[in-house]
Structure formats: C-alpha cells, structure tokens
Design a protein around this ligand. Structure first.
Ligand SMILES: NC(=O)c1ccc[n+]([C@@H]2O[C@H](COP(=O)([O-])OP(=O)(O)OC[C@H]3O[C@@H](n4cnc5c(N)ncnc54)[C@H](OP(=O)(O)O)[C@@H]3O)[C@@H](O)[C@H]2O)c1
Length: 279
C-alpha cells in the first residue's frame, strides 16, 4: 500500500515510518514541519502529490496539561486536523486511520473500557480528541479510529522521566490510584499495520495486554533497570495537575489485535534504550 504518515517525528510516527516499509509498504512520512495537519491547503497538496491509499494520522497536540490553557491550539490540531484529513481523504479516495486516546473516557467504570462504551472526556485534551474522532467518523466513509493508552517510545514519556528523575532524588512519589496499560509505541505501530492490512474499518482499542497503576509501572521500570530508588505510592489528590485524568484508563482490546503483555514490552524497550540491568 501507499501510506502517508503524519506526525512522523512523534513517538508513534517514528515507529510507523520505520516499520511500515519493513512490511513492504511504500511510505511518505511527514514531520510537523513538513505537513501541518491544521492547514487544509497543505493537506490537500500532500494528498494530491502522493495520492496515498491510506493516511495514518499520528500527529496530535499531546501535552495534556497544556491543552487546558492552549485550548484553541489543541482544538486546531486534535479536532480540525483530523477534520481536514477526513474531508480531503474522502475527496481523494484515500482511507484514513486516525489515532486517539483512552482519555475520551471519564475513568469511572469498574472494568476496562470497550470500544462500544460511551465516551465522556474530563479534560480539554480528551474533549478535543473526541471531537477529532467524530469528524473522522462522519466525514469519510473508509475510516479506522485506533484508541491507545500510556504510549512510550522515542520521545518525552513516563519511562524516560522516571529514569531521569531517579538520578536526582533518592525517593519518588507516584500515583497509585490511576490505572493504565503502558503501551510501547513499536507494538502499537505493529497493531496499526495489522489493522490496515486486514482492511476492516471501524473503531479499535490497541494497547499492550494487562494493566497497572502508575506506581506499579514506576516500580517495574526501576526493577528492570536495576535502579535503586524508593518509590512511595500516593493518591492523585496529593499530586494535583491542571488536567484531570481518568482513574481507570484501561481499554478492553475486544475485536482488536492482541499485543504482548506490557511488562515484556517494557523490558524490550529498556533493552533498546540500553537501560536494562541484565543487558
Ligand atoms: N503519548 C501517550 O501517552 C498517548 C496515549 C494515548 C493516545 N495517544 C495518541 O497517540 C498518537 C501519537 O502520540 P505520540 O505519543 O506519538 O505523540 P507525540 O510523541 O507527542 O507526537 C505527536 C507528533 O505530532 C506532531 N504535531 C503536533 N501538531 C501537529 C500539526 N499541527 N501537524 C502535524 N504534526 C503535528 C508533533 O510535532 P511537534 O512536537 O513538533 O509539535 C509530534 O511530532 C496521538 O494521536 C495521541 O493522541 C498518545
């Protein structure tokens, strides 16, 4: 397939740009500087020139707390960006795969969120991402929406932050009442490749398997990396942030490709980063 990837310098975009050619696809990968998805004329030009079979949108404004104050920018990138892609993909005859988030849910459920559960975002980031999903679903016929959670790869992420901060302090406090499934961007890219190769349109939840609190995630990062630091579990109320996060951010992968357990993926990631204790 001829695939156009947006946001190619992001955590997911990098993995897609590397993996899709390995799987035999012809890829045109665009960084933010090369293609601003919020600019409809630029999107139209890129689609005209490359005439892709499918666009994979890995571009987003992902600063969750920043979205609370930079709401207009968040809406332009997270909602109007996918709107532009959806409308122009429809005109061009291209399919669209759009990536979204577990933050479209409010986190009050007692069980993992199914793709057919009703979203109810509790942050500006979640609201703008949900608006983006809705544009995609309404404006083009051949769409895939892939929600993920707790993504880490080549970029700013929780794993790198923990390893950096542990060098500066002996004790760290990490939230124990917020649950996610940490998801390695490389595994997510593989799940996305499976989906577009299968060609069954619709809504997917793609994360690594299993779940944990941020506290358990931090503890496992340090155990695998052989870092000696005291990790103290705290409630969210002790670490207030501008944006609210869902207490339960775990997605059910029903009907979606099954990825390996998050702990196995984390070990692989740390090995690639040169941070695994046993090499
Ligand atoms: N990270 C997570 O924990 C997480 C969790 C669930 C879902 N997701 C979703 O997964 C997808 C990929 O996330 P990620 O972790 O790879 O994010 P990321 O590392 O922040 O990458 C996003 C990329 O989009 C680019 N971008 C921002 N505005 C753009 C615009 N107007 N036009 C084109 N590109 C633009 C950014 O470039 P600049 O940096 O130069 O602005 C960046 O390279 C997103 O849809 C995100 O909502 C992420």
């Amino acid at each position: 397939m001829k695939i156009l990837v947006t946001g190619s310098q992001g955590q997911l975009g990098r993995e897609l740009a590397e993996m899709l050619p390995e799987r035999g696809h012809k890829v045109a990968a665009f960084s933010h500087q090369e293609l601003d998805i919020a600019d409809p004329e630029a999107v139209e030009k890129a689609l005209d020139v490359h005439a892709p079979d499918i666009v994979v949108n890995a571009a987003a404004y992902t600063n969750v707390d920043g979205c609370e104050t930079e709401t207009e920018l968040a809406y332009r990138v997270n909602a109007l960006g996918p709107r532009n892609l959806a409308q122009l993909c429809e005109c061009q005859g291209s399919e669209l795969l759009h990536v979204s988030t577990n933050y479209v849910f409010d986190g009050s459920s007692e069980r993992p969120y199914e793709p057919f559960d009703l979203p109810n975002p509790i942050s500006a980031y979640g609201r703008t991402k949900l608006a983006g999903e809705e544009y995609v679903m309404r404006l083009c016929r051949r769409w895939y929406v892939v929600r993920s959670a707790g993504v880490y790869g080549e970029g700013h992420n929780f794993v790198r932050t923990m390893l950096r901060v542990a060098k500066e302090r002996d004790t760290l406090k990490v939230k124990e009442d917020e649950y996610i499934t940490p998801t390695y961007a490389r595994d997510l890219a593989g799940g996305i490749a499976d989906i577009i190769e299968n060609g069954l349109y619709g809504l997917y939840h793609v994360t690594n398997s299993g779940s944990c609190s941020w506290y358990e995630f931090a503890r496992d990062i340090f155990t695998l990396a052989g870092v000696e630091v005291e990790v103290l579990p705290i409630p969210t109320s002790e670490y207030p942030l501008p944006a609210a996060r869902p207490a339960n951010g775990v997605l059910s992968n029903i009907g979606s490709p099954t990825l390996r357990h998050w702990r196995e993926a984390l070990e692989d990631y740390l090995r690639r980063e040169g941070a695994l204790e046993r090499g």
